[in-house]
Design a protein. Structure first.
Length: 533
């Protein structure tokens, strides 16, 4: 917290240009060519292969270079993108997807159905939603140059949802020659059919990425929404410049050295709001934070103890630690799916809401079988979004009689240790705080956090056959009403077994120079629609 306060004080006390110089910002002088957009992503781009998306920058890169058969609208409903549409047989076992005309890859070759078939078969080797689709598919072929045909073993009502999913990893279309089904071999030649081309000779991993407008791209006629609709590019060139220090990034935005900062840190928001040359846009109003348990080792292999811990957590305290008292910046949400979805029930309000009596909860901790053993809470110091919350979690746990060892780790250490099921004496762990966007929490197809897959699922070894059976039901259902009913049954079961504790929703802001207009709120940091006034 001291570091965050000192950044804010520093920024308030000196000019933006001076701050950028003091922190060694890269030389990003505003170009004379107004058709160049300069962007600072939340983190540096290192992974280019679209089927191996690990972090948000890779997801955004995918949408610059590649296109998808379906996109999603603002409500995350699938919409045709590269396809004109689809037909489904009466028995719901044959789907024919028809490509729209005029699609070309960046190498000038036409996009054919066989390219798409190869791309899908590569994607579904890695992606869990894709693996679900593969398991339901009897045959996937190119019926002709424009027709992709799925023959299914049993109905899979969410086929467009799977092909149009917008996060980690989208089903990106690439030439057949690149779509090697051996996903251990990364795709390094960036040839897609998307609205921008990747400039390989200017790429500096983690630091700089450059894209130029694809003159052969034919946008759809609909207005752009999220990852769907007309992807019109109004800049000749988009440059990504990574700035790891938040003060320096804020300074560069204020001085005009960059046009767009993907994620404005919470303690910079009020400062930037006072600058008439900067406009803040809501990037994700449903940014979810959660406390993840290690369900595979003691003491949190005990679902009742996990529920008691959840009852001690105050979402209001967690959000206050992160964003302060501004009611516009956060909200409580007692659901395992996102409260931004119409029809999602907040089943956890009775357990987590209301005033906390820590003495009474401490008695329940003992009654649940806790015997005083030490637990390990990761405090991921480099994760600015979650770092302020971990100490508040530790304080809450101590109030209810749990012996907490809060271990400060960097991101690399967290990545290397979070899949471990080793005992605590051998560098094991008990819990950590993490976060994700709306696109990762809105349906059973994408929400991996409460899938009961054990070690094959999200870190934490949460295994529950009942949830997996319900997910299977959801995959085959046709109507939104049926799927919503099943979704709520899944989260009812998740509240019984508590793989995680929802900590609330935060409102993420992106920062723009005021002369940049046309922002399309999306899963990814997408350039379509943006223009310089």
């Amino acid at each position: 917290m001291k570091r965050r306060i000192s950044r804010r004080n520093f920024m308030a006390g000196v000019g933006a240009a001076t701050a950028a110089s003091a922190f060694g910002a890269p030389a990003l002088a505003q170009p004379a060519n107004a058709r160049v957009l300069k962007f600072t992503p939340a983190a540096g781009l290192t992974v280019l292969d679209p089927s191996t998306v690990l972090m948000a920058p890779s997801n955004s890169h995918t949408y610059y270079v590649f296109d998808t058969l379906y996109g999603v609208d603002d409500q995350y409903r699938p919409k045709p993108q590269m396809v004109e549409g689809h037909t489904v047989s009466n028995d719901k076992l044959t789907w024919d997807l028809t490509l729209r005309s005029g699609l070309k890859f960046h190498d000038g070759e036409p996009v054919l159905a066989r390219d798409c078939v190869a791309s899908i078969k590569r994607w579904w080797q890695k992606d869990l939603f894709g693996q679900n689709l593969q398991a339901y598919t009897d045959e996937l072929v190119a019926a002709d140059d424009k027709t992709i045909r799925f023959r299914l073993k049993k109905p899979f009502g969410v086929l467009p949802d799977a092909l149009g999913k917008s996060v980690s990893a989208p089903c990106a279309m690439m030439p057949e020659r690149l779509a090697n089904p051996d996903v251990s071999k990364l795709v390094t030649e960036m040839v897609g059919s998307g609205p921008m081309k990747f400039v390989a000779n200017e790429f500096v991993p983690g630091q700089r990425s450059v894209y130029v407008r694809n003159p052969d791209y034919v946008p759809r006629q609909e207005k752009p929404e999220n990852t769907s609709g007309g992807k019109v590019i109004n800049f000749d060139r988009v440059e990504w410049h990574t700035i790891n220090d938040f003060s320096t990034a804020a300074a560069a935005l204020q001085s005009g050295e960059i046009d767009w900062w993907e994620v404005v840190q919470f303690d910079m928001i009020e400062l930037l709001r006072t600058n008439k040359n900067i406009r803040l846009e809501t990037q994700d109003p449903y940014f979810t934070l959660m406390l993840r348990f290690n369900c595979g080792i003691a003491p949190f292999n005990n679902p009742e103890l996990r529920r008691v811990v959840a009852s001690a957590i105050s979402q209001k305290e967690m959000m206050s630690a992160l964003v302060g008292s501004n009611p516009e910046m956060s909200r409580e949400c007692y659901a395992m799916y996102n409260c931004g979805i119409n029809g999602v029930q907040e089943y956890g309000k009775a357990l987590m809401g209301g005033e906390k009596n820590y003495a009474e909860i401490a008695k329940k901790v003992k009654a649940a079988g806790y015997q005083g053993e030490k637990i390990v809470l990761f405090h991921i110091v480099e994760a600015a979004v979650t770092a302020p919350i971990s100490p508040v979690i530790a304080d809450t746990l101590r109030k209810i009689g749990i012996d907490v060892d809060m271990q400060s780790v960097d991101l690399a250490t967290w990545f290397s240790r979070r899949n471990s099921q080793a005992p605590l004496s051998e560098r094991g762990w008990s819990m950590f705080v993490t976060w994700t966007g709306f696109a990762n929490t809105y349906s059973p197809g994408v929400n991996l956090f409460i899938r009961g897959l054990g070690t094959k699922g999200y870190p934490g070894n949460y295994e529950d056959p009942q949830i997996e059976s319900l997910v299977s039901t959801w995959l085959g259902q046709d109507s939104e009403a049926e799927r919503m009913s099943t979704l709520n049954k899944i989260q009812e079961r998740a509240w019984e077994t508590m793989p995680l504790v929802p900590l609330g929703l935060a409102n993420i802001k992106a920062g723009f120079r005021s002369n940049i207009t046309g922002y399309v709120r999306s899963t990814a940091a997408v350039p379509w629609g943006l223009r310089r006034a």
